[in-house]
Design a protein around this ligand. Sequence first.
Ligand code: PEP
Ligand code: MN
Length: 344
Amino acid sequence: MLIVMKPQATEENIRRVCEKIEAMGFRTHPIPGAQRTAIGITGNQGPLEPAEFECLPGVAEAIPVSKPYKLVSREVKSERSLIRVGSGDNLVTIGGRELAIIAGPCAIESREQAFIAAGQVRKAGARLFRGGAFKPRTSPYSFQGLGKEALEILAEVRRQFGLAIVTETIDPENCALVEEYADVLQIGARNMQNFSLLKRAGRSPRPVLLKRGLSATLEEFLMAAEYILSEGNYNVILCERGVRTFADHTRNTLDLSVIPAVKRLSHLPIIVDPSHGTGARDKVTPLARAAVAVGADGLIIEVHPEPERALSDGYQSLYPDQFDALMEQITAIGAILGRTTARD
Ligand code: PEP
Ligand code: MN
């Protein structure tokens, strides 16, 4: 249920509504808007009676929410969410006019590799840096990441290059360490339905980049985001990274149609990962261009100074000059749609 307050409702009116909801044993989620405040209710197992709330002072109406996901839905919040990432010189807003461009290697392999990559992507116009410290790999024998050492390198990258840091957290126990260093917690495709991790991320002070699961429907994807919001963290950025299909000419099938579908149903920003979405370097640039054209709020792209020597995902990592050319192109495509990049 969503309680919509009147535009002239006072703080006292809002507080009274929240108290009533909490006294019933449910959770309140005040959602301030440009015109009026709305209050989302979660935790109720069955439908609530609108009249119980409509009689309270300052309440305009109480609307049942029809979708199984509540807080992520546009029924509850029609204005687009802007997610603020980082602070000071590294502050980036995701979901606004500027495209959020996150670039860097699949994994942090050494201080030198990270620094070279950071300098290259920064120069090309990225504002956020990616790089795995903890790598969930299909094979237990593959490179698993440098762990805490990589997080320390990432913190240096932030200081040195003014880039906000995006890196993956792999389980609830690991969250505290990652959130100490990262500006954004990435939750990987394989963990999209790791509900204890989602709940832990929902209690984090950091924004969360939530990747779509390998075979997740749109509803499952939005329900996973709902887990995070329901714990009180409203700063979620969705990421389409391809799903499993019968098609075998790419690693995954990048589902660009999910972008307009998400925008219809949710106020959360959504970005695209054409690197994991295609798994092939020659397809990353065309699909990145298409993602911007279709209305994505940004891109996350693997770029490596020497892809042939990468310890993971080298075959899908762009060479730095390819990333530079891509930035030029998406800046032009974005301009047609009223979007900007830091390269402008
Ligand atoms: C990654 O971004 O490095 C990654 C492992 O992605 P995904 O979870 O989408 O496979
Ligand atoms: Mn990768």
